[in-house]
Design a protein around this ligand. Sequence first.
Ligand code: SF4
Length: 202
Amino acid sequence: MARMNHEEAVVTTRLDAVVNWARKNSLWPMPFGTACCAIEFMSMMASRYDLSRFGAEALRFSPRQSDMMLVLGTITNKQAPVLRQIYAQMAEPKWVVSVGVCASSGGMYRTYATLQGIDRVVPVDVYVPGCPPRPESMILGVIKLQEKIERESLKARKEHVERFYESLARQEALQARRGLSTHQAVREMVLEAAAAGQQAIF
Ligand code: SF4
């Protein structure tokens, strides 16, 4: 009978590595679909491309039950506070993938009504280029996110999300102080940040 060598049986690792391994292989996606990129997302989730092969099959339409938001389509300035609220309601830790040029930069909609990139109002982890990006590109985006999750520290992710909550508190204080709507408050914060040479409000 073979004798067990206990020295070889012991495996050591870091807590971050084990937790991140579990996190990256159990992402729960939530689509924030507003335009044509959402159609490509449907294709990515369906049987031909099948994102479940990458451990992200539990598709949910509730922020409470998701931790990876994919923003798919044009986001108007009036939708910006809605996007922020939905991100705030998601389970922690949470990640955002900006899919397509419209979500990432406003795309061809360089107008006063369109948000010129969602990364002004919510923290984005991965950008997927294209108009529309093919399902393969979106899958690559999810793989890049998994690689990022694998490398990040638990503390850094916590601080990342907390910075957003601080900006949400500033937004609510601005609304209460000046009697502004959510849309007006976010717009004002975006303009203030731009005047200070910053792009994001968190
Ligand atoms: S990036 Fe292109 S395909 Fe995607 S929502 Fe914008 S216009 Fe539609």
